[in-house]
Design a protein around this ligand. Structure first.
Ligand code: G3H
Ligand code: 13P
Ligand code: ZN
Length: 309
């Protein structure tokens, strides 16, 4: 099946109260693992590449590998630019066949964010490509903020409505307490579902995106640490919270960190337990299998997108 945009998959997800997984890709093993998992679950899926991933793998390689994946399956696959930093990167991806781009203007003030998003929307829509934008700031581990500073980082529902109306973006990434990477919460995990609810009331037809949504799967963190990694105290968003988010109106859930942990845990295990191994297939095969397992679990048990094609 040829690549699709996210339009139809988001429409169905909003109607059915489930979410589509958007998984970050950097190489062939990760692409194959995600697509094999989604194919077995008969689920639509989004493969997304950051500008760092594009720099690493090169855009032509990524596109050709993703095209190869579409030839082996009938599930709907969208290819998306994750955190597009500027107009030029978005344009390059649109011109190279991406079906969706994100322009991440969250680092700018409200008016500047609107201006750059509008510019990308105009170019993308002319080429049949959809646009994800972001409003609000995802807190990072380094952030040492007080309550009112913290409140200011969350997406303001009224502003979200104005932002979507003025930019014409197709979906909106919001800040409700998640953050990127392996250290999302110092204490208990907490998401502001009240803000999500208010946003959904004001813009019910706009698909909502949750970034920084890895579970930071404890077993994988433990396995990494057991085999020599140094990632103590890592913590993510529990499955149950992500499931609630999908039911309450989040249509796209972004996952990268869990895939990194899956891959690293298996490679570390082989290196540690079988030091005589130096054939990359011997450690990349279990790595690929673990990524597939993680993706399949999320699609089936957390996002509930199985069988929705
Ligand atoms: O949100 C960021 C994604 O995890 C991609 O990370 O920029 O290191 O490729 P990256
Ligand atoms: P994680 O770091 O939680 O996997 O988030 C990934 C992400 O938001 C990609 O845009
Ligand atoms: Zn992100």
């Amino acid at each position: 099946m040829p690549l699709v945009t996210t339009k139809e998959m988001f429409k169905k997800a909003m109607e059915g109260h489930y979410a589509i997984g958007a998984f970050n890709v950097n190489n062939m093993e990760i692409i194959q693992a995600i697509v094999d998992a989604a194919d077995e679950e008969k689920s639509p899926v989004i493969l997304q590449a950051s500008s760092g991933a594009i720099k690493y793998a090169r855009i032509n390689y990524l596109m050709k590998m993703i095209e190869a994946a579409t030839q082996e399956t009938n599930i709907p696959i969208a290819v998306h630019l994750d955190h597009g930093p500027d107009f030029e990167t978005c344009r390059m991806c649109i011109d190279s066949g991406f079906t969706s781009v994100m322009i991440d203007g969250s680092k700018y003030d409200f008016e500047e964010n609107i201006a750059i998003t509008k510019k990308v929307v105009e170019y993308a829509h002319k080429h049949g490509v959809v646009v994800e934008a972001e409003l609000g700031k995802l807190a990072g581990i380094e952030d040492d903020v007080n309550v009112s500073q913290e409140e200011a980082m969350y997406t303001d529902p009224e502003q979200a409505k104005e932002f979507v109306e003025r930019t014409g973006c197709d979906s909106l990434a919001i800040a409700i307490g998640t953050s990127h990477g392996a250290y999302k919460f110092k204490g208990d995990a907490k998401l502001r579902f009240d803000i999500l609810e208010r946003i959904k009331k004001l813009i019910p037809n706009t698909p909502i995106v949750l970034h920084g949504a890895s579970t930071v799967i404890p077993e994988l963190v433990d396995m990494c640490n057991k085999y020599g990694a140094n990632i103590p105290g890592a913590k993510g968003v529990p499955d149950e919270m992500l499931h609630q988010a999908s039911i309450k109106g989040v249509s796209k859930i972004n996952v990268d960190t869990d895939l990194r942990l899956a891959m690293t845990s298996q490679i570390r295990k082989v290196f540690s337990e079988e030091p005589e191994v130096f054939d990359p297939r011997k450690y990349l095969t279990p790595a690929k299998e673990e990524i597939k397992k993680v993706v399949q679990h999320k699609i089936k048990n957390v996002f509930a997108s199985s069988g929705r094609i």
